[in-house]
Design a protein. Structure first.
Length: 314
Protein backbone atom coordinates (compact mmCIF):
# COMPACT_ATOMS: atom_id res chain seq x y z
CA UNK A 1 0.00 0.00 0.00
CA UNK A 2 1.13 3.54 -0.78
CA UNK A 3 0.82 6.41 1.68
CA UNK A 4 -2.09 8.76 0.96
CA UNK A 5 -2.59 12.46 1.70
CA UNK A 6 -5.45 14.87 1.08
CA UNK A 7 -4.92 18.28 -0.52
CA UNK A 8 -7.25 21.27 -0.69
CA UNK A 9 -6.53 24.68 -2.23
CA UNK A 10 -8.88 27.23 -0.69
CA UNK A 11 -9.25 30.90 0.24
CA UNK A 12 -11.17 33.18 2.57
CA UNK A 13 -14.31 33.45 0.46
CA UNK A 14 -14.74 29.66 0.60
CA UNK A 15 -14.08 29.22 4.31
CA UNK A 16 -17.67 28.19 5.15
CA UNK A 17 -17.59 25.48 2.49
CA UNK A 18 -14.13 24.41 3.58
CA UNK A 19 -15.34 24.22 7.19
CA UNK A 20 -17.98 21.71 6.13
CA UNK A 21 -15.46 19.71 4.08
CA UNK A 22 -13.13 19.54 7.09
CA UNK A 23 -15.98 18.47 9.38
CA UNK A 24 -16.99 15.73 6.96
CA UNK A 25 -13.42 14.47 6.66
CA UNK A 26 -13.08 14.32 10.44
CA UNK A 27 -16.42 12.50 10.67
CA UNK A 28 -16.13 9.93 7.89
CA UNK A 29 -12.60 9.50 6.50
CA UNK A 30 -9.81 7.13 7.49
CA UNK A 31 -6.66 5.85 5.81
CA UNK A 32 -4.79 9.11 5.17
CA UNK A 33 -1.73 10.62 6.86
CA UNK A 34 -2.21 14.37 6.36
CA UNK A 35 -4.62 16.91 4.94
CA UNK A 36 -2.64 19.72 3.33
CA UNK A 37 -4.66 22.95 3.06
CA UNK A 38 -3.04 25.58 0.83
CA UNK A 39 -4.36 29.14 1.22
CA UNK A 40 -3.28 32.69 0.42
CA UNK A 41 -0.67 33.91 2.87
CA UNK A 42 -3.00 36.50 4.39
CA UNK A 43 -5.63 33.78 4.93
CA UNK A 44 -3.39 31.53 7.04
CA UNK A 45 -4.54 33.04 10.39
CA UNK A 46 -8.18 32.65 9.30
CA UNK A 47 -7.72 28.95 8.51
CA UNK A 48 -5.52 28.24 11.55
CA UNK A 49 -8.64 27.18 13.50
CA UNK A 50 -8.78 24.01 11.34
CA UNK A 51 -5.20 22.91 12.00
CA UNK A 52 -4.73 19.62 13.83
CA UNK A 53 -2.32 16.71 14.12
CA UNK A 54 -3.40 15.61 10.64
CA UNK A 55 -4.37 18.93 9.03
CA UNK A 56 -1.64 21.36 8.01
CA UNK A 57 -2.32 24.92 6.83
CA UNK A 58 0.23 25.90 4.19
CA UNK A 59 0.81 29.43 2.78
CA UNK A 60 0.59 29.52 -0.99
CA UNK A 61 3.94 31.34 -1.22
CA UNK A 62 5.70 28.15 -0.13
CA UNK A 63 4.96 26.62 -3.51
CA UNK A 64 5.50 29.62 -5.79
CA UNK A 65 8.71 31.03 -7.31
CA UNK A 66 9.86 34.51 -6.33
CA UNK A 67 8.93 35.96 -9.70
CA UNK A 68 5.25 35.22 -9.03
CA UNK A 69 3.62 37.19 -6.20
CA UNK A 70 0.30 38.64 -5.07
CA UNK A 71 -0.43 42.16 -6.29
CA UNK A 72 -0.72 44.92 -3.68
CA UNK A 73 -4.27 45.50 -2.44
CA UNK A 74 -4.72 48.74 -4.47
CA UNK A 75 -4.15 46.75 -7.68
CA UNK A 76 -6.65 44.00 -6.85
CA UNK A 77 -9.85 43.83 -8.92
CA UNK A 78 -12.72 43.49 -6.48
CA UNK A 79 -13.09 39.84 -5.42
CA UNK A 80 -10.76 38.61 -8.18
CA UNK A 81 -7.31 38.30 -6.66
CA UNK A 82 -4.51 39.16 -9.07
CA UNK A 83 -0.99 37.78 -9.05
CA UNK A 84 1.85 39.62 -10.76
CA UNK A 85 4.58 37.88 -12.68
CA UNK A 86 7.96 39.21 -13.76
CA UNK A 87 7.99 36.69 -16.62
CA UNK A 88 4.38 36.60 -17.86
CA UNK A 89 1.16 38.59 -17.87
CA UNK A 90 -0.78 38.70 -14.55
CA UNK A 91 -2.65 35.58 -13.43
CA UNK A 92 -5.75 35.17 -11.27
CA UNK A 93 -6.52 33.22 -8.14
CA UNK A 94 -8.02 30.22 -9.94
CA UNK A 95 -4.80 29.85 -11.96
CA UNK A 96 -2.79 29.90 -8.74
CA UNK A 97 -5.05 27.24 -7.21
CA UNK A 98 -4.42 24.97 -10.19
CA UNK A 99 -0.67 25.52 -9.97
CA UNK A 100 -0.45 24.88 -6.22
CA UNK A 101 -2.35 21.60 -6.54
CA UNK A 102 0.43 20.35 -8.79
CA UNK A 103 3.17 21.88 -6.63
CA UNK A 104 1.51 20.55 -3.47
CA UNK A 105 1.57 16.98 -4.75
CA UNK A 106 5.23 17.35 -5.71
CA UNK A 107 5.99 18.68 -2.23
CA UNK A 108 4.02 16.06 -0.33
CA UNK A 109 5.75 13.27 1.58
CA UNK A 110 3.06 10.83 0.45
CA UNK A 111 3.03 8.91 -2.83
CA UNK A 112 -0.67 9.44 -3.55
CA UNK A 113 -2.75 12.55 -3.05
CA UNK A 114 -6.55 12.85 -3.16
CA UNK A 115 -7.42 16.38 -4.26
CA UNK A 116 -10.52 17.83 -2.62
CA UNK A 117 -11.93 21.20 -3.60
CA UNK A 118 -13.75 23.20 -0.92
CA UNK A 119 -17.19 22.46 -2.34
CA UNK A 120 -16.85 18.72 -1.65
CA UNK A 121 -17.98 16.88 1.46
CA UNK A 122 -18.18 13.24 2.55
CA UNK A 123 -21.38 11.70 3.86
CA UNK A 124 -20.41 8.02 4.28
CA UNK A 125 -17.58 6.11 5.91
CA UNK A 126 -14.67 5.92 3.51
CA UNK A 127 -11.18 4.43 3.78
CA UNK A 128 -9.37 6.67 1.33
CA UNK A 129 -6.16 4.73 1.93
CA UNK A 130 -7.70 1.57 0.50
CA UNK A 131 -9.10 3.51 -2.44
CA UNK A 132 -6.08 5.64 -3.34
CA UNK A 133 -3.16 3.71 -1.91
CA UNK A 134 -3.44 0.35 -3.67
CA UNK A 135 -0.98 -0.84 -6.31
CA UNK A 136 -2.72 1.14 -9.04
CA UNK A 137 -4.08 4.64 -8.56
CA UNK A 138 -7.66 5.22 -9.74
CA UNK A 139 -7.90 7.43 -12.84
CA UNK A 140 -11.39 8.80 -13.38
CA UNK A 141 -12.47 9.36 -17.00
CA UNK A 142 -15.64 10.28 -18.86
CA UNK A 143 -15.25 8.65 -22.26
CA UNK A 144 -15.75 10.83 -25.33
CA UNK A 145 -17.20 13.73 -23.34
CA UNK A 146 -15.22 16.50 -25.05
CA UNK A 147 -16.51 17.41 -28.47
CA UNK A 148 -15.56 20.19 -30.86
CA UNK A 149 -18.82 21.91 -29.84
CA UNK A 150 -17.79 22.16 -26.17
CA UNK A 151 -15.76 25.38 -26.34
CA UNK A 152 -14.31 25.54 -22.83
CA UNK A 153 -13.15 21.92 -22.56
CA UNK A 154 -12.04 22.04 -26.18
CA UNK A 155 -9.82 25.04 -25.42
CA UNK A 156 -8.43 23.36 -22.31
CA UNK A 157 -7.58 20.24 -24.29
CA UNK A 158 -5.79 22.18 -27.01
CA UNK A 159 -3.72 23.96 -24.34
CA UNK A 160 -2.92 20.63 -22.68
CA UNK A 161 -1.76 19.19 -26.02
CA UNK A 162 0.56 22.18 -26.46
CA UNK A 163 1.92 21.99 -22.90
CA UNK A 164 2.75 18.30 -23.33
CA UNK A 165 4.11 18.66 -26.87
CA UNK A 166 1.46 16.36 -28.33
CA UNK A 167 -0.43 16.59 -31.63
CA UNK A 168 -4.00 17.87 -31.47
CA UNK A 169 -6.23 15.25 -29.90
CA UNK A 170 -9.14 14.31 -32.19
CA UNK A 171 -12.73 14.74 -31.04
CA UNK A 172 -14.62 13.35 -29.31
CA UNK A 173 -11.98 13.16 -26.58
CA UNK A 174 -11.96 11.76 -23.08
CA UNK A 175 -12.51 14.09 -20.12
CA UNK A 176 -10.69 13.70 -16.81
CA UNK A 177 -12.37 16.49 -14.83
CA UNK A 178 -14.12 15.32 -11.68
CA UNK A 179 -14.21 15.47 -7.90
CA UNK A 180 -12.09 13.74 -5.24
CA UNK A 181 -9.51 12.75 -7.84
CA UNK A 182 -6.31 10.87 -7.00
CA UNK A 183 -2.88 11.80 -8.33
CA UNK A 184 0.30 9.76 -8.15
CA UNK A 185 3.39 11.78 -7.21
CA UNK A 186 5.74 10.05 -9.68
CA UNK A 187 3.27 10.68 -12.49
CA UNK A 188 2.96 14.36 -11.54
CA UNK A 189 6.74 14.69 -11.57
CA UNK A 190 6.91 13.08 -15.00
CA UNK A 191 4.12 15.38 -16.21
CA UNK A 192 5.99 18.53 -15.15
CA UNK A 193 9.16 17.16 -16.75
CA UNK A 194 7.20 16.66 -19.99
CA UNK A 195 5.95 20.26 -19.84
CA UNK A 196 9.50 21.54 -19.40
CA UNK A 197 10.72 19.39 -22.28
CA UNK A 198 7.91 20.52 -24.61
CA UNK A 199 7.97 24.23 -23.77
CA UNK A 200 11.63 24.72 -22.94
CA UNK A 201 10.75 26.49 -19.72
CA UNK A 202 9.82 25.92 -16.09
CA UNK A 203 6.42 24.21 -15.80
CA UNK A 204 4.96 26.97 -13.60
CA UNK A 205 5.99 29.63 -16.10
CA UNK A 206 4.56 27.55 -18.95
CA UNK A 207 1.18 27.40 -17.16
CA UNK A 208 1.25 31.12 -16.37
CA UNK A 209 1.87 31.96 -20.01
CA UNK A 210 -0.93 29.76 -21.36
CA UNK A 211 -3.47 30.09 -18.55
CA UNK A 212 -6.53 28.46 -20.14
CA UNK A 213 -6.13 24.88 -19.00
CA UNK A 214 -7.54 22.39 -16.54
CA UNK A 215 -5.16 20.78 -14.07
CA UNK A 216 -7.33 17.65 -13.97
CA UNK A 217 -7.44 17.36 -17.74
CA UNK A 218 -3.69 17.96 -17.89
CA UNK A 219 -2.93 15.11 -15.47
CA UNK A 220 -5.42 12.65 -16.95
CA UNK A 221 -4.37 13.34 -20.55
CA UNK A 222 -0.70 12.94 -19.66
CA UNK A 223 -1.22 9.65 -17.86
CA UNK A 224 -3.47 8.26 -20.59
CA UNK A 225 -0.84 9.14 -23.20
CA UNK A 226 2.05 7.52 -21.32
CA UNK A 227 2.09 3.69 -21.35
CA UNK A 228 4.47 3.67 -18.39
CA UNK A 229 2.30 5.82 -16.17
CA UNK A 230 -0.98 4.46 -17.42
CA UNK A 231 0.21 1.04 -16.24
CA UNK A 232 0.37 2.47 -12.70
CA UNK A 233 -3.31 3.49 -12.86
CA UNK A 234 -6.65 1.75 -13.00
CA UNK A 235 -9.16 3.44 -15.30
CA UNK A 236 -12.59 3.99 -13.76
CA UNK A 237 -15.71 5.63 -15.14
CA UNK A 238 -17.40 5.56 -11.74
CA UNK A 239 -16.88 8.69 -9.65
CA UNK A 240 -16.90 8.37 -5.87
CA UNK A 241 -18.71 11.72 -5.77
CA UNK A 242 -22.26 12.59 -6.77
CA UNK A 243 -22.01 16.05 -8.29
CA UNK A 244 -24.12 19.05 -9.24
CA UNK A 245 -22.30 20.91 -12.02
CA UNK A 246 -25.13 23.25 -13.08
CA UNK A 247 -25.58 26.84 -11.95
CA UNK A 248 -29.14 26.15 -10.78
CA UNK A 249 -29.73 26.66 -7.05
CA UNK A 250 -30.69 23.53 -5.09
CA UNK A 251 -33.10 23.56 -2.17
CA UNK A 252 -32.89 21.27 0.86
CA UNK A 253 -35.12 18.62 -0.71
CA UNK A 254 -32.95 18.48 -3.82
CA UNK A 255 -29.80 18.05 -1.71
CA UNK A 256 -31.47 15.19 0.16
CA UNK A 257 -32.46 13.64 -3.17
CA UNK A 258 -28.84 13.73 -4.38
CA UNK A 259 -27.69 11.81 -1.33
CA UNK A 260 -30.52 9.28 -1.61
CA UNK A 261 -29.72 8.71 -5.29
CA UNK A 262 -26.02 8.09 -4.65
CA UNK A 263 -24.80 4.59 -5.45
CA UNK A 264 -23.12 2.58 -2.66
CA UNK A 265 -19.76 3.47 -4.22
CA UNK A 266 -20.44 7.21 -4.03
CA UNK A 267 -19.30 8.59 -0.69
CA UNK A 268 -18.88 12.29 -1.45
CA UNK A 269 -21.14 15.13 -2.51
CA UNK A 270 -20.10 18.10 -4.61
CA UNK A 271 -22.41 21.05 -5.19
CA UNK A 272 -20.47 23.65 -7.14
CA UNK A 273 -20.25 26.99 -5.36
CA UNK A 274 -21.33 28.90 -8.46
CA UNK A 275 -24.78 27.29 -8.13
CA UNK A 276 -25.43 29.65 -5.18
CA UNK A 277 -26.93 26.78 -3.20
CA UNK A 278 -27.22 27.79 0.45
CA UNK A 279 -24.32 26.50 2.53
CA UNK A 280 -26.71 26.46 5.49
CA UNK A 281 -28.98 24.01 3.66
CA UNK A 282 -26.03 21.81 2.72
CA UNK A 283 -24.77 21.85 6.32
CA UNK A 284 -28.17 21.01 7.77
CA UNK A 285 -28.67 18.04 5.46
CA UNK A 286 -25.11 16.81 6.06
CA UNK A 287 -25.41 16.95 9.84
CA UNK A 288 -28.78 15.22 9.89
CA UNK A 289 -27.37 12.53 7.59
CA UNK A 290 -24.37 12.13 9.91
CA UNK A 291 -26.73 11.50 12.84
CA UNK A 292 -28.64 8.85 10.90
CA UNK A 293 -25.98 7.15 8.73
CA UNK A 294 -27.97 3.95 8.29
CA UNK A 295 -30.75 5.58 6.26
CA UNK A 296 -31.75 3.40 3.35
CA UNK A 297 -32.08 4.78 -0.18
CA UNK A 298 -35.42 6.54 -0.48
CA UNK A 299 -35.60 7.51 3.20
CA UNK A 300 -35.73 11.19 4.07
CA UNK A 301 -32.68 12.66 5.74
CA UNK A 302 -34.75 14.85 8.02
CA UNK A 303 -37.90 16.93 8.45
CA UNK A 304 -38.62 20.47 9.56
CA UNK A 305 -38.31 19.69 13.26
CA UNK A 306 -35.02 17.94 12.68
CA UNK A 307 -33.70 20.92 10.75
CA UNK A 308 -34.55 23.28 13.58
CA UNK A 309 -32.87 20.97 16.09
CA UNK A 310 -29.78 20.95 13.93
CA UNK A 311 -29.70 24.75 13.85
CA UNK A 312 -30.01 24.93 17.64
CA UNK A 313 -27.11 22.52 18.02
CA UNK A 314 -24.73 24.77 16.08
Amino acid sequence: MHSVALLTASYAKDIERFSLLAESIDTWLTGYTRHYVVVNDEDVPLFAQFASDKRVIVPVSRYLPRWLFAAPSFLQRGNRKVWLSLLSSPVHGWHIQQIVKIAGVLGASEQRVCILDSDNLFFREFDVGQYAGSAKAPLFVTRGAIGAETPLHCLWLRTVDQLLGMPDTPFPADDYVGNALVWDKDSVQAMTDAIKSATGTNWILALCRRKKFSEYLLYGHFVASSPKHLAAHEITEDSIAVSHWDDSRLDRAAIEAMMRAASPRQVALCIQSYSSTSIEDIRDVFRLRSRAPSLAPGDHVGDGAGIEASKMAR
